[in-house]
Structures are given as structure tokens and as C-alpha cells.
Write a protein that binds this ligand. Sequence first.
Ligand code: ATP
Ligand code: ZN
Length: 295
Amino acid sequence: MPRLKIAIQKSGRLADKSLALLERSGLQFARSKDKLFWYGRNQPVDLLLVRDDDIPRLLVEGVCQLGIVGENVAEEKLLESRCRTDAGLEPLIRLGFGHCRLMLAVPESTTIRQPTDLEGKRLATSYPGLTRRWLEQHGVEADIVTLNGAVEIAPSLGTADAIVDLVSTGTTLRANHLKAMDTVMESQAMLYRCPDRLADETEALLAKLLLRIQGVQQAMETKYVMLHAPRDRLAEISDILPGAESPTILSLEGQPDRVAVHAVCTEQVFWEHLEELKAAGASAVLVLPVEKMLA
Ligand code: ATP
Ligand code: ZN
């Protein structure tokens, strides 16, 4: 019986959500507190818990067949090992968490206003590959100072004129008197697979797991909406329901003018939608989570 190995971050910003996604997909693991390896208990799928930076290599080398890592890390590692052009990672599903941006930022007091002002300057970053690519795209020659951490303090220490760093809210930039100048890359957590084709049985196992993960992803965005509506405004109400195909219409006992509407909404349902529904005459609006889905 073939087994699959999935690499996820051991601890950090992606760790909990990666594990939760796999568990919601029906995988159970024999957890061990400090070991890197969790054996799959109910499926032939094991887990490797590692630093996020190691995940691309584990996939390229075929140690693991699936891995969850930020697109930023995957792209950077591929650019750094440019010699192995044949061995790209294959992105499978964007996972909707770990959103961040790799930003070019400059000190608030700087005279640098546009990319060309960076000519001959020093850029501090933990992402030399992506930074070099941005510089090339903008036709600018600058020095890259590679740092493994504390990139945001480099300008105030005088070791760099600008930085390229990950940002999710901008608070760190402001706290260090920096301002964003350009987005180098937008990123979120992504499920990747190894570049090589696997034995048929292993491919089949992987495909089955992928369907389940896709189902979990869809279910998380999908809501079941129930409401009462005036019969003559049904078309309007169906249009408001985000991503609903054909709602189920049920008659209401003793109320010939009103009906009950049940719909599966495959896009996010916001408060604004509920307010619009109400304005269109809907009442008793309920939005329920969907636990599992198989399309
Ligand atoms: P490790 O010990 O695994 O190497 P790390 O310190 O490199 O961890 P984390 O800080 O946990 O990594 O971030 C992991 C990933 O989370 C990032 O590569 C990025 O894709 C994503 N992320 C989301 N928001 C942010 C943010 N504000 N800052 C940094 N990374 C973020
Ligand atoms: Zn890391």
C-alpha cells in the first residue's frame, strides 16, 4: 500500500491552519509532541512538521509529495535554485489563509520616490531572489543586503536605504517610520505537489485527497441560506443571494403571497447581502454553515 507524505510548517503563522485543513479533510495522525513525523492513523497519509523554508526542497527532492507553504517562500526558493529549472513545484490549491504582501518600503523621510531613485542604493531583504527579479523588471541596479531577520530596522541602523519585507497590516512599517512604495508580490498559503509523476496507486490516493481538500475549502466558503420572501419579488431576491444557483422554493402554510427560499450560496455572504435581502422584503433570514460538500 503506497503512503503519501505531506509537509507543513511545524510552528508559526501557517502551522495551525494547515493542520486544521488536513484534519477537516478527514485525516487523523498519531501526534507526537516533539517528533517531526506524525504517522497517519486512518489513511496512508503521514505528516512531516518542518520549517516552512524547507518545504519546497522536500517536494522537489520527492521526500514529500504534498506541502503547504506561502507562495512567497515557494517562489523565492525556486528563484534561488534557478539551476534546477526542470523541477518547478506544481501549485494545486490556494488555501485562503496566510495572506501577506512582500512590499518595497522606504523611510518616511526619504527622497526615494520611484523605482529609478533606487539606482545604486542598498536594499535589505530576506527575499533576495524576488527582490532581484523586481529590480530587473524595473531596470534598476541596486545592491541587495540579505538579512535573515529584523529587516525592518536596517534603514534606521544605516545598513540599507530601503527594504523588501513581508507585510500583512502595515503596523510594523509605521512603527519603524517606513512607508510602502510598491508591492513586490502578493501571497497566501498554497498547496503544492512534487514535480514528479508518482506510481498510479499513489497518484490515485493523491487525487482522492485533493478532492476532499477542495471540498473542505468550498464548504468553508459555502453557506446555506433560508428565508421567507414575497412571491412576487423572488427574482430580485435570487439575484442578491451570492453564488446561489437555483434556490428551492417552498410554500408557506396559510400565506399564499409568501414562500420559503432555501439556497446554497457558494460565495461569501456578507451583512450587506442580508440588508439588501431585507430591503427586498425578505424576513426570517438564516445563514447556516455547511459542514461537508462533495460536488
Ligand atoms: P519558520 O520557523 O517555519 O521558518 P518563519 O518565521 O519563516 O517560520 P512565519 O513568520 O511563521 O515564518 O510565517 C510563515 C508564512 O506566513 C510567511 O512565509 C508568509 O507566507 C505568511 N505570512 C502571513 N502574514 C505574514 C506576516 N505579517 N509576516 C510574515 N509572514 C506572514
Ligand atoms: Zn521560515
